[in-house]
Ligand binder design. Structure first.
Ligand SMILES: NC(=O)c1ccc[n+]([C@@H]2O[C@H](COP(=O)([O-])OP(=O)(O)OC[C@H]3O[C@@H](n4cnc5c(N)ncnc54)[C@H](O)[C@@H]3O)[C@@H](O)[C@H]2O)c1
Length: 384
């Protein structure tokens, strides 16, 4: 089996998530990075390619050049990772899909539902994979929670509470040279959502991934606490879910003392589940009227869905990078299946273009609700 030839757009010197994608792509030996247009600055793109040992003739100054050149090579890239600021995702994804190249795009998929819906159509039309890296779905204990919810172990779900809290935007670091903060707080680059788009979309997807429930309506209050900031840095949202369940989502980048506190609690008629990224290898299960138990990654108490994405024995912590790599591994399996015109293997889950579209719809609905002083807004969902 040969490795899938991968290209990357963005992720050059001093970029954040590109290097995480490269590690994730390598971890299970399924991909090989062979080409890149790694920066918005062509000279820096070339230097960044040299840093990574890419061949000079496959280190491109622009993604347009890369898409055209790679599509015309017999050994051209089969997939591309898009790890650039949000406003560029749609055009870059389109350039590669149109040339028959699978796309692995970071979230949010696009800056408008119109753009995202167009990408969904294009992926269908070109029969190419368009994956969106909602990477938290790759944790074994998240898979365990999903399996338990969907098998009805909690009974009918009544309540879901999800939060994603950070504090790195507590002050205006965008004015102090943080380029990651600069584009995230600029509506022209980030889109209409600040914290809601940056981390709220992760929380939203995680909740739906685990429970399998759609959000039908929401009521949001988005706030910009840092003086002069144009996008929200905090979002508190009430949710009405399918089947009558109720939920809350809190995403904040000004919650002092929190680094990356992603946590979810689900309560059904027969029991509850709690998972926190800071203790990612453990899942708390509280069956009604019985003692609570902690299910640990790699243990016999964990089910098949968790075991399938577990790499090392219990007790050795697995974390963020492994979870990210699981998303890449499942994309690889799906790309291989597509190459052989086979349906994707059962139990392979990677977030796709429809999930990306739903994330963008969520951001827009939250912004609309908040602008209307927290009026309830209906939400359209892609078919499951
Ligand atoms: N999945 C996650 O957990 C996660 C985490 C962080 C960021 N992200 C997402 O990843 C994306 C990038 O975020 P980041 O924090 O790495 O940003 P960053 O600012 O650190 O890096 C962006 C990179 O893209 C490059 N770039 C910009 N425009 C380009 C273009 N037209 N062609 C080629 N390169 C271009 C920049 O030069 C830079 O190298 C964003 O969409 C963000 O929302 C996702």
């Amino acid at each position: 089996m040969t490795r899938i030839r991968l290209g990357m757009v963005g992720g050059g010197r001093d970029a954040f998530i590109g290097s995480v994608h490269r590690i994730a792509a390598r971890l299970d030996d399924q991909f090989e990075l062979v080409a890149g247009a790694l920066s918005s600055d062509p000279a820096r793109a070339k230097e960044s390619g040299q840093d990574l040992g890419l061949a000079a003739d496959r280190t491109y100054g622009t993604y347009q050049e890369m898409a055209a050149a790679e599509a015309s090579r017999s050994d051209g890239i089969q997939a591309v990772s898009v790890v650039t600021p949000n406003d560029t995702h749609a055009a870059i994804a389109k350039a590669f899909l149109e040339r028959g190249i699978h796309v692995i795009c970071d979230k949010p998929l696009a800056v408008s539902t119109q753009q995202a819906a167009e990408l969904v159509r294009l992926a269908r039309q070109t029969h190419r994979i368009l994956a969106v890296t909602y990477n938290y779905t790759g944790y074994p204990m998240v898979r365990q929670a999903r399996e338990m919810c969907r098998a009805g172990e909690l009974g009918k779900v009544r309540l879901v509470h999800v939060e994603y809290l950070q504090d790195w935007l507590a002050n205006r670091v965008e004015l102090l040279g943080s380029k990651q903060a600069a584009w995230r707080t600029d509506p022209a680059r980030a889109g209409v959502g600040g914290a809601i788009g940056d981390i709220g979309t992760h929380a939203y997807h995680l909740m739906r991934f685990i429970t399998g429930l759609d959000v039908t309506e929401l009521c949001a209050e988005l706030t910009s606490f840092a003086e002069g900031r144009r996008l929200d840095d905090d979002a508190r949202i009430l949710l009405r879910l399918g089947s009558g369940a109720r939920g809350m989502l809190w995403a904040s980048q000004v919650a002092t003392g929190n680094e990356n506190e992603l946590a979810i609690r689900v309560y059904g008629e027969q029991g509850g589940l709690t998972w926190r990224q800071s203790d990612a290898n453990r899942l708390l299960h509280s069956p009604l009227d019985k003692p609570s138990r902690v299910i640990t990654r790699g243990s016999r108490a964990a089910g098949e869905a968790a075991a399938r994405v577990t790499r090392i024995p219990p007790g050795h912590p697995e974390g963020y990078l492994e979870a990210f790599a699981t998303v890449y591994a499942e994309i690889a399996r799906s790309i291989r299946a597509a190459q052989h015109a086979q349906p994707a293997a059962e139990n392979v889950w990677y977030p796709d273009a429809s999930d990306g579209l739903d994330g963008v719809r969520f951001v827009e609905a939250a912004v609309r609700s908040s602008a209307g002083h927290g009026k309830w807004v209906s939400l359209e969902n892609s078919a499951a």
